[in-house]
Design a protein around this ligand. Structure first.
Ligand code: DGL
Length: 271
């Protein structure tokens, strides 16, 4: 069945961190409706096996397809590294999938040939080695140095950023030998835009901090333009924020990541 510009954009993440990507999409594409799915019942994905993340991602894609999304954005590095290939096979005939990794890899290949680039993310993302593999395939002589920083996502979710505790934890991670003398740092976790300024100031503005939320919103816009699926100007967007488990604290954190109040609706992953 042909897709229509009026259909919503589907966005999903392990929880609420992907709302940083949803926010960037809202800024860049103000007339698009969005259905966001946060798998709060199963977060964090960063510590899960590839098989578990694949199983959850397939269920979420089913929900977003059934709700009539015209494209699906995987707003999670851990899910992008574990389940993107599988999902493209799974929903290929229906709709296009955009992951959070490829647009960032393209940008790094263009802007940092021959440079030392650092990366911080969850254990799942770092262990998958997907960024190094894709960057090496680009053959631009880029040296990628990845470090798993598992404390950062829960720290940010608890509202610990821009304070002394977050400063010390971030500084401790960034002082790791592997991140010495880098020219740029990829924030390979969708929670991290909230600590972007802290990271930048720890590097005294000498390292370029690469935040995938804006990059992925641009890639999405390009896709919608290419496929003539951009929503009509002046259409009034309707957003839905679904979560597989609801708590008041998720709703409070959601406001932090989306920069405005968000009403979370509970939606089971299994029906
Ligand atoms: N937002 C997820 C990511 O980008 C990290 C949080 C988690 O571990 O679920 O990888």
């Amino acid at each position: 069945m042909a897709l229509l510009p009026s259909q919503p954009i589907g966005v999903f993440d392990s929880g609420i961190g992907g709302l940083t990507v949803a926010h960037a999409i809202r800024q860049l594409l103000p007339f698009e409706s969005m259905i966001y799915f946060g798998d709060t019942a199963h977060l964090p994905y960063g510590d899960k096996s590839e098989a578990a993340i694949q199983a959850y991602s397939v269920k979420i894609a089913d929900i977003l397809v059934r709700k009539g999304c015209k494209v699906i954005v995987i707003a999670c590095n851990s899910a992008s590294s574990a389940a993107y290939e599988l999902l493209t096979e799974y929903v290929r005939k229906d709709i296009h999938i955009i992951n959070v990794i490829d647009p960032m890899v393209d940008l790094v290949l263009q802007q940092f040939p021959g440079k030392r680039v650092g990366l911080i993310g969850t254990k799942r993302t770092v262990q998958s080695d997907v960024y190094s593999r894709k960057i090496n395939e680009g053959k631009k002589g880029i040296h990628l140095h990845s470090l798993a920083t598992p404390l950062l996502a829960p720290m940010i979710e608890e509202g610990f950023f821009n304070n002394q505790i977050s400063h010390e934890i971030i500084a401790q991670y960034l002082s790791d030998e592997s991140l010495k003398d880098i020219d740029a740092l990829i924030l390979a976790c969708t929670h991290y835009p909230l600590i972007k300024n802290e990271i930048r100031s720890l590097y005294d503005d000498k390292v370029t901090i690469l935040d995938s939320s804006e990059v992925i919103a641009k890639a999405l816009k390009q896709h919608l333009e290419d496929e003539r699926l951009l929503s009509d100007l002046y259409s009034s967007p309707v957003d839905h924020f679904l979560v597989s488990d609801y708590t008041d604290s998720f709703e409070a954190s959601a406001r932090m990541f989306f920069h405005q109040a968000v009403h979370l609706e509970r939606h089971s992953l299994w029906n």
